[in-house]
Design a protein. Structure first.
Length: 122
C-alpha cells in the first residue's frame, strides 16, 4: 500500500518508518481495498514521558478512517493506532456486507413477488 509518512519538526529513522509501513500493511489482511494512507509523527510539547503522537489516515472507497495515538515511543503509539484502525476496518467491512446482504434479500423478495403476481394473473 502506498503510504506517505511525515515527521513533523524532526527526522524519523528508517527503521521506524519501516516498522510503521509493516504495521499498516498488515491492515490489508482485514480489508483489501485500502487505496492509500498518510502517517504523521509528532512530538508533543509537554514534559510528560508519553509525548510521541502518531496519526494515521487511511483512504478507502467512499470514506476515510483515522486514528490518533499517544505513547512513550513511536512504536507503542503505532501499535495502538493500528489496533484502532483494525477495529474500524472490521466494523466498516461488516457494515458493507450487511448492506450487500440486505440488497440480495430485497432482490430475492422482489423476484418472488413478481413470480407470485404472474401466477395469479395466469
Amino acid at each position: 500500500m502506498k503510504l506517505q509518512m511525515h515527521s513533523i519538526h524532526f527526522t524519523a529513522d528508517i527503521k521506524l518508518l519501516d516498522f510503521i509501513q509493516k504495521k499498516v500493511d498488515k491492515l490489508e489482511t482485514f480489508f483489501d481495498r485500502i487505496i492509500d494512507g498518510e502517517v504523521f509523527l509528532r512530538l508533543a510539547k509537554n514534559d510528560d514521558n508519553e509525548n510521541k503522537i502518531v496519526e494515521i489516515k487511511l483512504n478507502l472507497p467512499k470514506t476515510q478512517l483515522f486514528a490518533k495515538a499517544t505513547g512513550s515511543s513511536f512504536e507503542a503509539a503505532t501499535d495502538e493506532a493500528t489496533e484502532s484502525l483494525r477495529r474500524q476496518l472490521k466494523k466498516y467491512k461488516e457494515k458493507l456486507t450487511d448492506k450487500q446482504n440486505n440488497k440480495e434479500v430485497l432482490l430475492n423478495q422482489e423476484a418472488i413477488s413478481e413470480e407470485e403476481l404472474e401466477e395469479e394473473f395466469e
